[in-house]
Design a binder for this molecule. Structure first.
Ligand SMILES: *Cc1c(COP(=O)(O)O)cnc(C)c1O
Length: 486
């Protein structure tokens, strides 16, 4: 017999645990402070810097450890302001022109707000039929815009890295290869593949597979003849071609591989064709982008990142997979404690199509802004960024000393400055440091063909013509200043 616990003890604990359910007035008090803080941030977003050198950034958080006692919201907002929202990169700024910029649509935050309060279960259809249908509808929409046929599926993920992982795992399982054969399996990509692709290959257990870096043309796009020749050669040598991974918008140079022609080769050789379009995929919403991304629909799996190309806050990626059966084969599991779930043939559950079970209801943060705004401002924003990149390329090209990379395909521009004297690599490194100290815009660099190269990426939804003019001014001013000092 279980002894009955003391009711007074239960009641005592209840009294304290009920503190987790603040009343309407308390909720309003906290909510008002949080809203005031975010409104203040948005009110200044045009002026605050895109980058603040971090020095000892954020240490104040460590001085305020988790403890037993409540802390008032004003103190917490102070901690957030000084330690989180001030130092480092401000991805909400239009001046974020580095790496692949982020965004943070306001209406997404309201979707998240609702998702957190109602906390609907978006992992399985049985528990959250509407939530699952909403996510599937968004995936259907994405499948539609890239030209995948009806019946394709996919998953809303946390980002491009997990999307790449899901694609690589699906390809691995579809190949039917045994682990003992992995060391003879060949994956075709280029040196420009995002490092998350390499990470995915290793996590997927394919670390022993042969990675065949296919030569690229002068614009860093995979050479199709070289790809065909490499596959033929590998087959002759008894190796096992496994998959091709192309990029639709490489991170370094924004290059789009010849998607259509690579698709032809994949089809002829019955190879899984994966496209990493984490950066470039949503340009398909523009007329120009659609032409550039021609052939994207010939892939078997495809990564797009709404937290890049749809300007969402971080934490929303997507993988699209043409053959739903492949995805189910890799990710569908059952368990005794899930026996009450009644499957529905009209709606696949995200948990059956990805490594996750319980997950953030990401659909709402994507659906709300798409529906509230309609698609027109998204299309315009993306077309605008492509033109801004061309504008920057043309304008900076007029400035003596700047050597411009190829005309941008999407919205990444590469360039470098050739100083009158001294080492160009070092000089360009100084340009980056100087502009970061200034912080009104944030630019980054990479190495292309062994040379230190500057890049500008326009993708933040708050980046407009005035931002690009500011970046041009800052660059001109910086090189003048540095030329004087060398
Ligand atoms: C950003 C990016 C990734 C990684 O995506 P995350 O969302 O950062 O995980 C992969 N590939 C490309 C081309 C990217 O631009």
């Amino acid at each position: 017999m279980t002894p009955i616990p003391d009711i007074r003890e239960i009641r005592g604990l209840e009294k304290v645990s009920r503190l987790l359910e603040p009343g309407a007035d308390t909720r309003k008090g906290v909510r008002d402070r949080v809203l005031a803080y975010t409104e203040e941030f948005l009110g200044k977003i045009g002026e605050i810097r895109a980058f603040v050198f971090p020095h000892d950034g954020g240490v104040g958080i460590l001085n305020d450890p988790i403890g037993e006692d409540p802390v008032p919201i004003d103190r917490l907002l102070e901690l957030v302001r000084d330690n989180i929202d001030l130092p480092g990169l401000n991805p909400a700024s239009g001046g974020h022109l580095a790496y692949i910029p982020g965004g943070g649509l306001y209406n997404s935050s309201l979707g998240d707000y609702m998702a957190a309060i109602m906390n609907r279960y978006a992992g399985a259809y049985f528990g959250g039929p509407g939530a699952v249908r909403l996510e599937n509808m968004l995936l259907d929409w994405m499948n539609g815009i890239v030209g995948y046929p009806a019946g394709s599926s996919g998953n809303l993920t946390s980002g491009g890295s997990i999307s790449n992982l899901i694609g690589v795992v699906a390809a691995r399982d579809a190949s039917g290869l045994k682990a003992a054969e992995y060391s003879r399996a060949v994956i075709y990509l280029t040196e420009q593949a995002h490092h998350s692709v390499h990470k995915a290959i290793r996590i997927a257990g394919l670390g022993e597979a042969i990675l065949r870096n296919i030569p690229m043309d002068a614009r860093f796009r995979m050479s199709v003849p070289a790809l065909g020749a490499a596959i033929d050669q590998d087959k002759r040598e008894g190796l096992i071609p496994l998959m091709i991974i192309a990029a639709a918008g490489s991170t370094d140079a924004g290059a789009v591989d010849p998607l259509h022609d690579i698709g032809e080769i994949a089809r002829r050789n019955s190879l899984w064709y994966h496209i990493d379009a984490a950066y470039g995929g949503f340009f398909v919403l523009t007329d120009e982008g659609k032409k550039i991304l021609r052939g994207i629909e010939t892939s078997d799996s495809l990564v797009v990142d709404p937290h890049k190309g749809l300007f969402l806050p971080y934490g929303t990626g997507a993988v699209l997979v043409k053959d739903t059966a492949r995805l189910l084969e890799s990710f569908h599991y059952t368990a005794n404690y899930m026996q009450d779930l009644i499957p529905d043939s009209t709606a696949h559950s995200p948990a059956d199509l990805s490594p996750e079970l319980t997950k953030h209801f990401r659909g709402l943060r994507l659906w709300l802004p798409l529906k509230l705004h309609g698609l027109a401002p998204f299309r315009a924003g993306l077309a605008e960024k492509m033109l801004l990149a061309r504008y920057f390329h043309g304008r900076l090209g007029e400035v003596p000393g700047f050597e411009m990379g190829p005309e941008p395909e999407l919205s990444v521009v590469t360039y470098r400055y050739i100083p009158r004297r001294g080492d160009p690599d070092r000089f360009n490194e100084q340009i980056v440091r100087e502009t970061q100290k200034d912080g009104r815009v944030f630019l980054s660099s990479t190495i292309l063909n062994g040379r230190y190269t500057l890049r500008l990426a326009a993708l933040a939804f708050r980046t407009h013509l005035d931002t690009i003019d500011l970046a041009l001014d800052i660059l001109k001013h910086t090189v003048k200043k540095l030329e004087r000092s060398v």
